[in-house]
Design a protein around this ligand. Structure first.
Ligand SMILES: [Zn+2]
Ligand SMILES: [Zn+2]
Length: 90
């Protein structure tokens, strides 16, 4: 529940569940990164497009079908899937 007295910026857009791949249009306050998926009930859903490449651009997708990754601060950095944890090899 959001405290209505606090002036949060509200975001709206497509939300994608990394676990079951359910997608829906959602609304939420800025700063909230993870949402509960209404289909599978897991907190593995994120905004689909916090920033998007050009519509014709190919994007990297993990073998588990998740397309969201984190990059470590190691030298050289490694990239791993936020859903299954697999280190990506390009
Ligand atoms: Zn789900
Ligand atoms: Zn993965």
């Amino acid at each position: 529940m959001i405290n209505q007295d606090i002036d949060f910026a509200t975001l709206q857009g497509e939300i994608h569940c990394c676990a079951c791949h359910h997608q829906w249009q959602g609304v939420g306050p800025s700063g909230v990164d993870w949402f509960e998926c209404p289909k599978c009930g897991l907190y593995k859903a994120r905004w689909r497009h916090p920033a998007v490449p050009h519509k014709d651009e190919l994007i990297w997708v993990c073998g588990c079908k998740c397309d969201t990754f984190m990059v470590t601060g190691r030298h050289p950095p490694t990239v791993f899937c936020i859903n299954c944890g697999k280190e990506q090899e390009f």
